[in-house]
Ligand binder design. Structure first.
Ligand code: FE2
Ligand code: FE2
Ligand code: FE2
Length: 424
């Protein structure tokens, strides 16, 4: 049997990624926003607010284009290691405002390092990952995780420290009053904060109405859109190799939080790509299927993530959350220019051949071929993995379960291709 060589996917020339230069900023901002929904379904906008304020400080410091980009991406991603099955590290930080308490909370203590590890997997994000790893270091050396001091802490991390503390303080004290925030945080200048950066922050608040830039979701969305225009990037995620690693990172964040077995999306991608290859689809289509498979469950990050690990029967409301995930994945990705096709394939990965699936109840050929392929790969991986509701099954048993559902759940042709591939 011919196995589609992975290397051919990763050796495509750089310009063949096909994504516009707005891709990195669009994708990262939408992904981060999706991670920051609370259980009631409203957005926290924590990292977006931190990013908007941090970039205003960076501009005051006359950052050049590259430094601004580093600050933009690192401030957006600063809490990526703090996304948890039940909520987000900002929930904990608002409950534990003092640094000694924060250091003894495992989840708080570990989140900068976890973020650094997640982002350190692609070479073009090395500086960004270092900044993320040090965003809770304090100017006087009493922060965490390493206890770095003064200039040993990267400048961008010192800026994020101020913006982050401001955002959390505003959240805790619901202070839309600038004077109140300044009087609350002023005592930490020289301790938690680099005094020079804190002074710039105070100046921005007093003379340029910094808080107005983050006061409502409409203003936040508008400011982020403005900022993104300056962040067009042809470097950070420009090669298929970096993109592959980046999408794998996104997949592993989603899988770790919402799936009972690691690497679910990676295995779905491998199986789907093999099927697509056997069906002689062209190379760009195979690449789209691969990336769609990596990202198919990213919508599970939105809302109550604990439902995906629940052992008991789901309530009606929890079941609605589960059923919303293809639409959520679609909504996140469809906002990113260049990802429309991938978003479209993902939207239909739970449609059934006979029209009993979701979200739209499409039937047969009306379901995109890529989605039908992913549906089979997804189901096979679920059957052969341990899930809260069943023990994993072996290949043969899994295959006969797929065959049992041919015509009802799955496209007969695809299951046929898949079974040939499995037994060859
Ligand atoms: Fe943080
Ligand atoms: Fe934060
Ligand atoms: Fe799914």
């Amino acid at each position: 049997m011919t196995i589609y060589p992975q290397s051919r996917l990763t050796l495509l020339p750089i310009q063949d990624t096909g994504f516009p230069s707005s891709f990195a900023a669009d994708f990262v901002s939408e992904f981060v926003k999706a991670c920051e929904f609370d259980n009631s379904g409203s957005e926290y906008y924590h990292s977006w607010k931190v990013c908007i304020m941090a970039c205003r400080i960076g501009r005051k410091l006359n950052f050049d284009q590259n430094a601004m980009k580093e600050l933009f991406f690192s401030s957006l991603l600063h809490d990526i290691g703090g996304v948890m099955v039940n909520g987000h590290v900002i929930d904990l930080l608002t409950q534990i405002p003092d640094v000694y308490g924060q250091k003894s909370s495992f989840r708080i203590f570990v989140h900068p390092h976890r973020g650094e590890t997640i982002l350190g997997t692609f070479p073009t994000f090395r500086n960004i990952s270092e900044i993320v790893g040090t965003h809770h270091e304090f100017y006087d050396g009493t922060g965490f995780p390493k206890g770095l001091k003064g200039d040993k802490i990267p400048l961008c991390s010192r800026i994020i420290r101020v913006a982050d503390a401001v955002e959390i303080a505003a959240r805790v004290h619901s202070a839309d009053n600038a004077d109140e925030i300044i009087s609350l945080l002023g005592i930490f200048s020289g301790e938690e904060f680099d005094p020079e950066i804190y002074d710039i922050f105070v100046d921005l608040v007093k003379n340029e109405a910094l808080f107005d830039a983050v006061k409502s979701s409409e203003v936040i969305e508008a400011n982020m859109a403005e900022l993104k225009k300056e962040m067009h990037d042809n470097y950070l995620l420009s090669s298929p190799d970096t993109l592959n690693r980046f999408f794998k990172m996104v997949a592993s964040v989603a899988d770790n939080l919402t799936s009972s077995e690691y690497n679910h999306s990676m295995r779905v991608a491998e199986l789907a790509v093999q099927m697509a290859y056997l069906m002689k689809l062209d190379e760009s289509e195979i690449l789209a299927i691969r990336w769609a498979s990596f990202l198919h469950d990213v919508g599970k990050l939105v809302g109550n993530r604990a439902v995906y690990r629940k052992r008991d029967k789901l309530t009606e409301e929890e079941w609605l959350t589960v059923k919303a995930h293809p639409q959520n994945s679609y909504d996140i990705l469809n906002k990113v220019a260049g990802m429309e096709k991938i978003a479209y394939y993902i939207l239909y990965h739970h449609e059934n051949h006979d029209g009993t699936g979701y979200p739209e109840g499409l039937k047969g050929d009306k379901i995109p071929l890529a989605s039908r392929i992913m549906h089979v790969a997804d189901a096979y991986d679920a059957i052969t993995s341990n899930r809260p509701y069943h023990r994993k099954k072996q290949q043969e048993e899994a295959l006969s379960e797929l065959k049992k559902n041919v015509g009802r759940q799955f496209d007969p042709n695809i299951v046929e291709v898949f079974s040939k591939f499995l037994i060859s």
